[in-house]
Ligand binder design. Structure first.
Ligand SMILES: [Zn+2]
Ligand SMILES: [Zn+2]
Length: 298
């Protein structure tokens, strides 16, 4: 049995989104009708390509301009809803803006209207406030709880090791790299960055020395009894300690202010709209400290 028109349209959208996720525009360009109307509802301060563009050539010129400035690190569709020739989609996007070297995570819903498998009309609706906050660095109050006053306390599963951080952290960073994923056995490694002078512990620990590709060495400290990974001590920077946020007694406030290696983040990862997003690793830790200070000034 030949596929129905509705099935053809659905398949076209899936191909288009799969293409966008790998910066491959061919499925989209092939689907454009000669008389397509392309409308982006977006804040001009973030996305200067908003407004209405007509015809296949107009849409292709627009796309060429967009892709000259932006590359898509992630383009995931949360869900497709179809009604006749109309398909709605909600997408989670992480985009890199090359001229400013900024990265933003945003939601974009679109409505595509098809006729005989050809795209007749596109309307995109940006998650404007969040995108603006990230691209323009505008401070917006997020859903973040306030930072509780120190000391911050935590420990391992069996209770043999207890630790205490006597100052506010310097950063709350999630690393999505392959090593951290293996190390935690979870999606990412969430760490409180802190001064080692502010950090104390009691109880018997053991260490595993890990050497990074960069040659830098780090001691990973675990409970000697239950094996829970508690903190890291970077050998090249003994003034710092990186505490595993999951071992906090109350981890409710430990929402990352920065994410690194975001191109490796597990599907479905949520990024707070005010968090710094970095592809790969930042040039220095100061970048992560600055991101924290922006979210939690003084
Ligand atoms: Zn333990
Ligand atoms: Zn890592």
């Amino acid at each position: 049995m030949a596929p129905s028109n509705a099935e053809l349209n659905q398949q076209a959208v899936r191909n288009i989104v799969r293409g966008l996720a790998t910066n491959d525009l061919r499925p989209l360009v092939e689907a454009l009708d000669e008389d397509v109307v392309w409308i982006s509802h977006s804040p001009p301060a973030f996305f200067r390509f908003g407004g209405e563009h007509r015809g296949r050539i107009g849409a292709m010129e627009l796309l060429a301009k967009i892709y000259a400035d932006f590359s898509f690190i992630r383009y995931e569709t949360d869900g497709l809803v179809q009604s006749g020739d109309e398909i709605w989609a909600i997408n989670n996007i992480v985009v890199h803006h090359r001229p400013s070297d900024r990265t933003a995570s945003l939601r974009l819903s679109f409505r595509m209207t098809f006729r005989d498998g050809k795209l007749m009309r596109y309307e995109g609706f940006f998650d404007s406030a969040s995108a603006l906050a990230q691209m323009g660095r505008l401070p917006i109050p997020g859903p973040r709880p306030a930072l509780p006053p120190p000391p911050h306390k935590g420990g391992c599963l069996c209770g043999a090791v207890r630790w205490q951080l006597n100052a506010r952290p310097l950063g709350i960073n999630a690393c999505h790299c392959d090593d951290c994923r293996k190390l935690t056995g979870a999606a990412n490694l969430l760490m409180l960055l802190a001064h080692s002078a502010d950090f104390t512990h009691e109880g018997k620990t053991e260490r595993y020395r890990k050497r990074a590709d960069s040659g830098r060495e780090i001691d990973i400290v675990r409970c000697a009894n239950c094996g829970v990974r508690l903190w890291h001590e970077p050998l090249s920077s003994p003034e710092y300690v990186f505490v595993a946020a999951g071992t906090l007694d109350d981890p409710g406030w430990a929402i990352p202010t920065s994410h690194i290696w975001i191109e490796k983040a597990a599907p479905g990862t949520q990024f707070a709209p005010d968090a710094l997003l970095v592809e790969g690793q930042p040039a220095s830790r100061q970048v992560l400290f600055d991101a924290f200070s922006r979210v939690y000034p003084g």
